[in-house]
Ligand binder design. Structure first.
Ligand code: 5AD
Ligand code: SF4
Length: 444
């Protein structure tokens, strides 16, 4: 087959880090002469970029991979690879590799640049089990194909040193490594030159940027990114409350392109549980950060992550979480049932909470957050601000949606506007729990 007609299909699970890794894998493959396939059936190479942060994703993945056996039987030249966080757990990747003979490649989170070597070995007739260590140096200069042409994810650091007791990330993404600020800024300048206007700086804990390599600190990095001509919006995620400094809050207020939104995982509203989670803050510290953000950064919105049913969580602990959610008023929240991750400290703790109790608490928490989201929406009646258009309603393409700088989503009559453009939108009403508005014209 002609080298240039080979096609790849990448299925991505999990967080923005994985989305970004898939963009890099796509870039490496393009350089090797591959183009994107629109379905697995059409592809010569199928890659699953996996996640293992929660759930029993492993079973689902096994089902999906098992189903590809037929495709491989029909077209044996199809290469099937499984990569990412789940594969970085050596026992899991070894088991996959042994069990699924039609899988040609397993690799972890750290070997994107080696993909061409692995593919070469596969074309020579080998199966490749290439899960390597996780603490390798930061590799610069990997090509990438970005999913969007107006908004880009930019990694600023990899890995995590925090070892929250429930979390598998430090085990599968390794220790914290920051990229050099020159490299980050060079990448962002070239994105701005290429027409990107929104940048999201990515890291497991962006607030500890620079800790490991003696580079500038995160607030200073934000100030420098703010100076890149052509950008309109600078976002960042995720922030750890223990490292969110006053200096950062000031930097958000001072740098006009830095958006007024913080994703600040609270995880629990109970000090006892926060301690068992190894989070290094209590609710008081958390709420004081929220208060300072609100008094310093205009129209700021705060979103969060919350886990229910962490080992030992009593009804009283959970009530503390509910009270915190009621009081703080998050714009939105990702809520999860605690899910034991092999090898983490919490998985071995006594007093694991029964599934039914977790489910019932999650239901109560979601009902509360839905009410709070609605309350939050209601304060937007009459609000006017700039919106970056992200897409169109799947049922009605004359309706566009996009976000204000503070991450609030609004739907409005498109009036010919395209994805990636900015429009000034006034919010009018709350419908089905979402904001509806209209484009504001200069002469309105
Ligand atoms: N169980 C449930 N939720 C988890 N998270 C991370 N690990 C677990 C786990 N073992 C959640 C946290 C984190 C988000 C990305 O996923 O809330 O902030
Ligand atoms: Fe996981 Fe905690 Fe690190 Fe976030 S800060 S990635 S929750 S260990």
């Amino acid at each position: 087959m002609d080298e240039n007609t080979r096609k790849y299909y990448i299925e991505t699970y999990g967080c923005q880090m994985n989305v970004r890794d898939s963009e890099l894998m796509a870039g490496v493959l393009r350089k090797e002469g591959y183009t994107a396939a629109s379905s697995p059936e059409e592809a010569d190479l199928i890659l699953f970029n996996t996640c293992c942060v929660r759930d029993h994703a492993e079973k689902r993945l096994m089902g999906n991979i098992g189903a590809l056996k037929e495709l491989k039987d029909e077209k044996p030249s199809t290469v099937i690879g499984v990569c990412g966080c789940m594969m970085q757990q050596k026992e899991v990747s070894d088991r996959f590799f042994r069990r699924f003979r039609h899988v040609d490649l397993v690799m972890g989170t750290n070997s994107i640049a080696s993909l061409p070597d692995y593919l070469m070995r596969i074309s020579a007739g080998y199966r490749v089990n290439a899960v390597t260590g996780i603490n390798e140096d930061v590799v610069e200069g990997i090509p990438s194909v970005r999913n969007l042409s107006h908004s880009a994810f930019v990694n600023i650091m990899y890995g995590c040193n925090n070892f929250c007791t429930y979390c598998i990330v430090p085990y599968v993404r390794g220790r914290e490594r920051s990229r050099r600020s020159e490299d980050i800024l060079r990448e962002i300048r070239s994105l701005a030159d290429a027409g990107y206007t929104e940048i999201t700086l990515l890291g497991q804990n962006v607030n500890s940027y620079g800790n490991t390599n003696g580079d500038i600190r995160f607030p200073e990095l934000l100030a420098r990114v703010n100076g890149v001509d052509g950008l309109k919006r600078i976002r960042f995620m995720t922030s750890h409350p223990k490292d969110l400094s006053d200096r950062l809050i000031d930097a958000m207020a001072e740098n006009s392109r830095v958006c007024n939104h913080v994703h600040l995982p609270m995880q629990s509203g109970s000090d006892r549980i926060l301690k068992k989670m190894n989070r290094h803050y209590d609710l008081n510290r958390y709420t004081s950060i929220v208060d300072r953000l609100r008094s310093t950064v205009k129209d700021v919105e705060i979103t969060t992550d919350i886990i229910v049913g962490f080992p030992g969580e009593t009804e009283e602990d959970f009530t503390d979480t509910m009270a915190a959610v009621e009081r703080i008023g998050f714009a939105s929240a990702f809520t999860f049932k605690y899910s034991p991750r092999p090898g983490t400290a919490a998985a071995g703790m006594e007093d694991q909470i029964p599934e039914a109790v977790k489910a019932e608490r999650l239901k109560r928490l979601n009902a509360l957050q839905n009410r709070k989201t609605k309350e939050n929406n209601e304060k937007y009646a009459g609000y006017t601000g700039e919106v970056l258009i992200e897409g169109f309603d799947s049922k009605n393409s004359s309706v566009a949606f996009g976000k204000y700088t503070n991450f609030k989503m609004v739907y409005f009559d498109r009036e010919g506007a395209e994805i990636g453009q900015y429009r000034t939108v006034t919010a009018d009403t709350v419908r089905n729990n979402s904001l509806r508005g209209h484009i504001q014209h200069d002469n309105d």
